[in-house]
Write a protein that binds this ligand. Structure first.
Ligand code: FAD
Length: 415
């Protein structure tokens, strides 16, 4: 049995970020699970707090050339409702920022995180799946497919929606489905996107184009996330790239001129899930092991990154005082720190999505009135932008001043 101070199960974006943050704070961690480096046309928009955290853990400089700023977010009501309003623009400049955040292909993000993890002396990497998780009074134990066993006082479940760590801690979940599938793809196109992310709100869900950086043979690029009913998704996913591009051009009202698919396309059935607790005995959950919802307003991974930053903060404090990293005190504090943010995002996305899917007059009226208010009441618009991008008091790892502190800690200069 190999002992560690922490075990992170799952090598997706949240798991690897957790392992790096803990390792940089001096915690000896095992990072367990296979990497998924498929390029499937999927990108993530990362808001300011997530980007700052990636800067602080030393990733951002490696990937910034693959990321494009999002300066304006435009909502277009394309529901055809009788209360339809003109498009509403949210501009980062209104908050005094250069941009809201950046859009990047998932592949580049996860690849850079994994490369960074390889350079951390405090991380031991295991690429096998976890087969069994057992929780003892003073530690958690994981058995890998290879037969190896690892133990640590703290287990972090970062292995996505089917989390064996969550199941072992007997943490219940609330689950639901949406009658929607998201189609994703990356496009090169005729006209510049001007760093505007455009979200068309249709009766079957949002269809969003998000800016991407130029490539030598493609000066204008964007990614697409298009939510639609399952039969439509299955029909459209069988179209050739050229026919699919034409369908997208029509859907986005020829906003970017001609469009051409770059690389592969993918589809994701939409569902929701929220864990009733973020922690259990010797266990903390981060990312999609704890919460899943449709990609509206780019909230999913940003919420997951706030889990990561919040957990690292509390575990680091325990480590600095030689405390038990997986104690009830640490895990209860984590639960308290994360609950409100998770409930707010999960409910907010659910309400927005469900309001689009219903064509009842009162829902249409409320949505129309909401857009009208956002277009005309600047303080309301700014409050929504702040809430969407960087809610509340960010954990230290998401603050600009944390960078120096981490540099000092890594160099052994404790302040
Ligand atoms: C179409 C789409 C667009 C999105 N766009 C955005 C966006 O713009 N902005 C945003 O913030 N969010 C976005 N999201 C959400 C975001 O992609 C997810 O929140 C994020 O990928 C979750 O990361 P994770 O690390 O928690 O989980 P995952 O990415 O699911 O990683 C879990 C890892 O654990 C591994 N694993 C599973 N089981 C085991 C096991 N037994 N043992 C070991 N390892 C295991 C898996 O192989 C995987 O590598 C989008 C989602 C979708 C579907």
């Amino acid at each position: 049995m190999q002992p560690f101070e922490g075990i992170v199960v799952g090598a997706g974006a949240t798991g690897v970020a957790t392992a790096i943050g803990l390792a940089q704070a001096g915690v000896k961690v095992a990072l367990v699970g296979p990497a998924d480096l498929r390029r499937n046309g999927r990108t993530v928009a990362l808001w300011a707090g997530s980007v700052q955290m990636l800067r602080n853990i030393g990733i951002w400089q490696d990937i910034s050339t693959h990321a494009e700023p999002i300066i304006t977010m435009r909502l277009v009501d394309d529901t055809g409702s009788i209360f339809t309003q003109p498009p509403v623009d949210f501009c980062a400049g209104e908050l005094g920022h250069d941009e809201f955040g950046f859009n990047i292909e998932n592949f580049w993000l996860v690849q850079a995180l994994l490369a960074k993890a390889e350079t951390q002396a405090n991380i031991t990497r295991f690429t096998a799946l976890v087969q069994k998780v057992e929780l003892l009074p003073d530690q958690g134990m994981v058995r890998l497919e290879t037969g190896q066993s690892l133990c640590a006082p703290l287990l972090v479940g970062a292995e996505g929606r089917q989390s064996p760590t969550r199941a072992a801690a007997l943490i219940e979940v609330r689950k639901w489905d949406y009658p929607q599938v998201a189609l994703t793809a990356i496009f090169s196109h005729q006209r510049p996107h001007k760093d505007i992310s455009t979200e068309f709100h249709t009766r079957s869900g949002p269809c969003t184009l998000v800016p991407l950086p130029a490539e030598p043979d493609a000066p204008h690029r964007s990614s697409l996330v298009w939510l639609m009913r399952p039969p439509e998704a299955s029909r459209r996913s069988q179209l050739s790239d050229a026919d699919f591009a034409q369908a997208v051009e029509a859907q986005v009202q020829h906003l970017l001129g001609w469009m051409q698919v770059q690389g592969s396309r993918a589809q994701f059935p939409m569902s929701g899930m929220v864990a009733k607790r973020m922690s259990g005995h010797r266990v903390a959950l981060v990312g999609e092991a704890a919460h899943v919802f449709p990609p509206i307003g780019a909230q999913g991974l940003n919420l997951g990154m706030r889990d990561v930053a919040g957990l690292i903060d509390l575990v680091t404090q325990a480590h600095d005082t030689c405390g038990d990293l997986g104690s009830e005190a640490v895990l209860h504090a984590y639960e308290r720190a994360r609950r409100a943010d998770i409930e707010l995002r999960t409910r907010g996305v659910d309400v927005l999505n469900t309001a689009l899917l219903t064509d009842l007059l009162p829902a249409d009226f409320m949505r129309g009135a909401g857009l009208l208010a956002l277009a005309n009441i600047a303080p309301l618009r700014r409050a929504i932008m702040r809430q969407g991008m960087n809610p509340g008091n960010p954990p230290p790892l998401m603050r600009a001043s944390k960078r120096q502190a981490i540099g000092n800690r890594a160099a052994g200069n404790h302040e």
